[in-house]
Design a protein around this ligand. Structure first.
Ligand code: HT7
Ligand code: ZN
Length: 844
């Protein structure tokens, strides 16, 4: 397959002033008639006229009304065209019902819908399917269905047809069409300039009762973007549609967002607090794309982080504002460490702005999204809040209507602040997680911190240059008072020292406060010092970090030295858990321990071969010790974790329930699951029901509860996804593979539905000790199913191959087993480009 390079970018030879599309919908034979005005692009070099097109049956094509016979290839068509402007007309036929890849126009539960990002529009009609070609779209849909939707504003409609016009020029990847038997949940929003906007969430009949939360989240997002960024909505209507079969979370098509139903539908009975929080964030994210992504889009797909990093950063700011900022920050960092760090530290490592790809779908990664957001957070920290606001205003003014680049983005900051961002730009081009070694010195009232930065080699990048690292640091007195409040040290050299004068006693440093830079800190700090920070740090992130490090070191000592759990840490943690002034959500987070996968990575870095069974066993012992040690504390915490008011998915109640769930996880180790069974029986919301079911599964005698849950929820696809996933994810390692395998034989294992496939196979891959069974059965089962899915849905298959990205961490036997499975997948006849690229990169 062809590799595409950033350095080869060339503008398209023509501009497209307007596009008119007519769809005559039919499951096996939809006709798409396009009328497109092309005019030579004065800024582009001379080139042959090439339009992308895949899996299309060309019925006819004309130029200025004269029939033409283009040269058609599997990737598109070439045609001789006039020197000046011309009208291109074409009619193609496609079969949405046969489209199992869920890219382009496809069908889900009888409804037509589209997914065009990144390169799906070329499966709808012949077109220059690239983000720098922006045009005004008019769409006519003809089909015997009650609801016919496309982008922009409604122009007119009648029985069996509807016309839409989107006045904002857009690239083809933002095109959308939906047609089906849908009902809407309507509302309105008045923008700050007084414009009335109609809002709708369109769902399958029966799902109307699950739209209220999403609608509130949408209105809150619209208001937030006005207040925080001065961005107003720009069409008469904003439609959201829920779709059951969807490859990712949601899609920001202009004026017509399409959502995986799991990311928009919510009710207390069927959704957990985690679901509510995620839905709120995704609705905000997609809405925020209206400016960061749609009004200003990307010149090419290498610039993906321009819209995704910024939009994730904005949705994280939103969540911090509408929920608890410290809890949100801890969640984001935990997520970054769990998803992005393994990517950046393994064979799939790539820069936030990649320089080449074979299949762009493989670069919708945690690095582009989450690290991309961290890079923007660092930029904001470096320039300050006010300058960030000025720069963003300049960005919107200067680039509205553009297909922009990272260079454009950084130039805006340079112009707004006068800073030179040449070195900062390395965050976009250098892959890998920087490691920062910290040493300190103390003499005569002066405290010195020395930072040495080093980024390990990554595929294709052996040598790295120093990056700009904004390191937020505070200093505490031995009595716990803060002597130096948070200060941002700007590290630019490979090694750099910063001094603090006039101190009465040697301070305790709190470094990388708020996780101001996405780096790994290497610092030999004592247990006492960590316990001190756990007790006294004024930075809530670093207080949590102190506990995380104590937990991690305690577990490593348990695994490697057969030590018992760290008593001092448990005492410190207990004091904190007893502090009723601390937010229950924060205390619940404090009760968490590092994931088994993270422990495996740390062991690997320290030269040990991680044993998944030993890691799992240590975590089990630690949990048991906590439960026994805190037996007297748990009932009080459980009471604090109980909500007496009617269910609300807000931060306060969900924080309490999170504390309740953390307590239940310990209590069930003392009572054999009795409290969990009682909670399961009486639960009136999914958060309580599912946290109880998780403990029942973990304890082991779960057949009755699983059957009851299935009976209760078999009619609800989204809830059944939880049922499928949890019994694989929460069970003991030895049961994971047999259970996952048995579930693939369940009548409701609809493996063509990405949510259901991910529920089982994702849970298998995420259950560390279960997936890494020594006999290789976990690897085998996953590969069997990836081989099966690849023909139908390459995008989802390719994404799931990343379960193998950490294969080099493990022992020789496991490595050999994983390599064999990757090679088996690689040898599959007609392996997709998506999966082929991923497997080749993972094998290295
Ligand atoms: N911009 C979107 C990314 C995306 C996607 C979404 C759904 C299905 C397939 C997709 N391919 C790319 C989603 C977002 O980041 O907001
Ligand atoms: Zn996005």
């Amino acid at each position: 397959p062809e590799t595409i390079y950033l350095k080869d970018y060339t503008p398209f030879g023509w501009q497209v002033s307007d596009v008119h599309l007519t769809f005559r919908l039919a499951p096996k034979s939809t006709r798409v008639i396009s009328k497109i005005h092309f005019a030579p692009n004065p800024e582009a070099p001379a080139q042959e006229f090439f339009l992308h097109g895949e899996d299309l049956k060309l019925i006819r094509a004309t130029i200025d009304g004269v029939e033409v016979t283009p040269e058609v290839t599997p990737e598109g068509l070439r045609c001789a065209v006039p020197d000046g402007p011309f009208l291109w007309e074409a009619e193609v036929e496609i079969a949405p019902e046969d489209n199992t890849a869920l890219e382009g126009l496809y069908m889900s539960s009888g409804m037509y819908c589209t997914q065009c990002e990144a390169e799906g529009f070329r499966k709808i009609t012949y077109y220059p399917d690239r983000p720098d070609v922006m045009s005004v779209f008019s769409v006519r849909i003809e089909g015997d269905l009650p609801v016919l939707l496309s982008n922009g504003n409604s122009v007119d409609r009648g029985e069996g047809w509807a016309e839409w016009h989107d006045p904002w020029p857009k690239p083809a990847y933002l095109f959308a069409l939906v047609a089906g038997d849908l009902v809407n949940f309507p509302d309105r929003f008045t923008t700050r300039s007084g414009k009335e906007v109609k809002l709708n969430i369109w769902v399958r009949p029966g799902d109307e009762g699950k739209c209220a939360f999403g609608m509130e989240a949408l209105k809150t997002s619209m208001k937030w973007d006005e207040d925080a960024y001065g961005r107003e909505y720009d069409l008469d209507v904003f439609n959201i549609v829920a779709v059951d079969d969807f490859n990712m979370g949601a899609m920001e098509n202009k004026g017509l967002n399409i959502f995986n139903s799991s990311c928009v539908l919510a009710s207390p009975e069927t959704s957990t607090d985690g679901n509510f929080e995620r839905i709120e964030a995704i609705i905000a994210h997609e809405y925020f794309h209206n400016w960061t992504g749609n009004r200003i889009t990307c010149r090419d797909w290498f610039q993906l982080c321009l819209k995704e990093g910024l939009t994730v950063f904005r949705d994280q700011q939103f969540t911090a504002d509408v929920r608890s900022a410290p809890v949100a920050r801890i969640e984001n960092v935990a997520q970054l460490r769990a998803r992005q760090f393994p990517e950046d530290q393994g064979p799939l490592s790539h820069p936030v702005r990649p320089e080449s790809f074979q299949e762009i779908n493989n670069f919708y990664t945690a690095t582009v999204y989450e690290k991309g957001a961290e890079v923007i957070g660092m930029l904001k920290t470096l320039v300050g809040d006010e300058a960030y606001a000025t720069a963003l205003n300049l960005y919107f003014d200067r680039h509205d209507g553009d297909a922009a680049t990272i260079e454009d983005w950084l130039k805006v900051f340079e112009d707004a602040t006068g800073r030179d961002l040449t070195q900062f730009k390395r965050w976009y081009s250098q892959a890998g997680t920087p490691r920062v070694e910290v040493t300190e010195d103390w003499a005569d009232g002066t405290y010195a911190l020395t930072f040495k930065q080093h980024t390990p080699p990554t595929p294709g990048q052996e040598v790295k240059e120093p990056q700009v690292i904004p390191m937020a640091v505070g200093l505490l007195n031995p009595n716990g008072d803060e002597v130096v409040p948070t200060r941002v040290l700007e590290i630019t050299e490979a090694e750099q020292t910063f001094t603090f004068d006039g101190l009465a006693s040697r301070p305790v440093p709190s470094i990388n406060r708020g996780f101001s830079a996405p780096v790994v800190l290497d610092r030999a700090s004592s247990r006492e010092e960590r316990a001190f920070l756990l007790a006294h740090d004024t930075d809530p992130f670093n207080r949590w970090e102190a506990s995380r490090l104590l937990a991690r070191e305690s577990l490593i000592a348990m695994i490697c030295e057969d030590a018992g759990p760290d008593e001092a840490w448990l005492d410190g943690l207990e004091r904190l858990l007893r502090d009723r002034d601390l937010d229950p959500a924060y205390r619940a987070m404090m009760m968490g321990t590092p994931t088994e996968s993270e422990l495996a990575q740390v062991l690997f870095e320290r030269g040990h071969t991680p044993d998944p069974d030993a890691i799992h066993a240590a975590k089990e012992v630690l949990a048991q010790v906590k439960a026994e040690r805190w037996a007297d504390l748990l009932p009080g915490l459980a009471a604090e974790g109980t909500v007496d008011a009617p269910f609300a998915p807000d931060a306060e109640q969900s924080g309490k329930r999170a504390l309740g769930a953390a307590v239940l996880a310990l209590t069930s180790r003392l009572d054999g699951g009795k409290a969990a069974r009682a909670q399961f029986a009486s639960a009136d919301n999914m958060t309580l029901q599912l946290s109880a079911l998780a403990q029942i599964i973990r304890v082991g005698e779960d057949a009755e509860a699983l059957a009851a849950f299935e009976d209760q929820w078999r009619h609800d696809r989204l809830v059944m996804d939880k049922w499928f996933g949890l019994q694989v994810g929460a069970t003991a390692p030895e049961n994971v593979v047999p259970r996952a395998e048995a579930l693939t034989r369940h009548a409701d294992f609809d493996w063509k539905n990405p949510n259901r496939f991910r529920a089982v196979m994702g849970a298998l891959a995420m259950n560390h000790a279960g997936f890494h069974r020594k006999d290789g059965s976990g690897y085998r089962l996953l590969t069997d199913w990836l081989i099966k899915l690849d023909d139908l849905n390459p995008q989802t298959t390719a994404r799931m191959t990343s379960a193998f990205q950490t294969w080099k961490r493990y022992d020789a036997e496991r490595q050999a087993l994983m390599r064999a499975e990757l090679e088996r997948l690689q040898a599959k006849p007609k392996l997709s480009r998506d999966t082929g690229e991923m497997v080749a990169r993972i094998l290295g």
